[in-house]
Ligand binder design. Structure first.
Ligand SMILES: [Zn+2]
Length: 389
């Protein structure tokens, strides 16, 4: 059984231990005692070195803790060194989680159902259908208030049968490790924690995600909160610079700009359609009737869109006329005919594209279809041309 030194002292990052077991490759190491925290309870494992060899994973096997190293550990008596910066960051996030979960219960009667400590952000899942912006602000203010009060965070050991007044009942039997924040919270926990709430540093709540009756709350503590707040500020500052407005006015200005952009886009589309229709009419005026007595125009366009349809309709608004447009990517064809042309656009186009493996149709005046390839497009276009010219 491995003695877990981090149970008694979360600040211990250098220790001496004896290798009591290892696998054949001597890269899975078991010690008589360890300060390395194995992944559990939502908190990731510690990194560091054992006898100078990097530790790349630490696994909780129940009775024992396995240390996975990147090279064989050949010594029997080793010095373990835990990466202090990573460990302290985990202690800040983890203690901040206890505090935040307790405040969610205190102010909103909303229990925490799970916790995740990630490489960049942490989340807790709160049993709540929704959280308002005002509730989030209140919880954040209260949590940071308790940070500034610098309350002691203590670890005690108890018999699990005692009435311990825990925030969340524990199913463990035997000895329970209880982590307390003075006058706020008592939780059964095997993780590593700071000694006072002041060491948690600032607590910043960020995004919320609703997942089936659960609200997932993203938060950051300590230096993570400082780094994130700086990045948030820089992003917002670049937006406000681009808009030449004060920071606090940026959101309203972005919303107003977006509205203007949408109405400008609508006006542009309407004008483009009108212009295309007018171009179609001009094209009809400047073209001469062919052998069939009909006027005919053909265009290759980037896409068969509203503008193309307007161009076609402008052209066939003139007497005895027919218009074909093709787009190459994806391969598509459009056919428009005037009412007096004696041609049925829908029937002609459907026959032509179906014969070349495509599909499409329309009414007697306007039809559109797609074909599977460039070759099929050329063939369908030629066939249609012969039908109508
Ligand atoms: Zn804990």
């Amino acid at each position: 059984m491995t003695e877990r030194l981090y149970y008694r002292d979360g600040y211990l990052t250098r220790f001496h231990a004896r290798v009591v077991d290892a696998d054949a490759a001597r890269t899975r190491i078991y010690l008589d005692r360890t300060a390395f925290y194995p992944s559990s309870g939502g908190q990731p494992f510690d990194t560091g070195t054992l006898g100078g060899i990097p530790v790349v994973d630490v696994i909780d096997e129940g009775e024992r803790v396995a240390h996975v190293t990147s090279a064989p550990v050949t010594e029997v008596d080793v010095e373990g060194v835990v990466d202090q910066e990573r460990r302290f960051d985990h202690m800040q996030q983890h203690t901040g989680q206890h505090l935040l979960s307790a405040v969610f219960v205190e102010l909103l009667d909303a229990p925490t159902v799970s916790f995740h400590l990630g490489a960049e952000t942490c989340t807790i899942d709160i049993q709540r259908d929704s959280l308002s912006a005002d509730e989030v602000r209140r919880v954040e203010m209260r949590a940071n208030g308790i940070v500034t009060e610098n309350r002691p965070v203590t670890v005690t050991f108890h018999d699990a049968r005692e009435d311990l007044g825990l925030r969340k009942a524990s199913e463990r039997e035997g000895e329970l490790r209880v982590v307390s924040i003075t006058d706020l919270d008592r939780s059964a926990c095997g993780g590593t924690h700071v000694r006072t709430t002041g060491e948690i540093g600032p607590i910043l709540i960020r995004r919320l995600d609703r997942i089936r009756g659960i609200e997932r709350v993203e938060f950051l503590c300590g230096m993570r909160a400082v780094v994130r707040a700086r990045r948030d500020f820089e992003a917002l500052q670049s937006v406000s610079r681009a808009l030449s407005c004060p920071l606090d006015e940026a959101p309203a200005l972005v919303a107003a700009q977006q509205e203007r952009l949408q109405s400008a886009e609508k006006a542009r589309a309407r004008l483009a359609t009108e212009l295309a229709k007018s171009e179609g009419r001009d094209l009809w005026s400047s073209s001469a009737p062919g052998a069939s007595g009909r006027r005919f125009a053909f265009r290759t366009v980037p896409a068969l869109n509203d503008e193309t349809r307007a161009l076609a309709q402008g052209f066939v608004a003139g007497a005895s006329s027919c218009f074909i447009a093709i787009a190459e990517d994806p391969p598509g064809v459009l056919l428009a005919t005037s009412a007096d042309s004696g041609l049925h656009a829908g029937n002609l186009l459907k026959t032509a594209v179906t014969r070349h493996g495509g599909r499409g149709g329309g009414n007697s005046a306007l039809a559109q279809g797609t074909v599977p390839s460039k070759d099929a497009l050329d063939a369908a276009r030629e066939e249609l041309g012969r039908d109508v010219e």
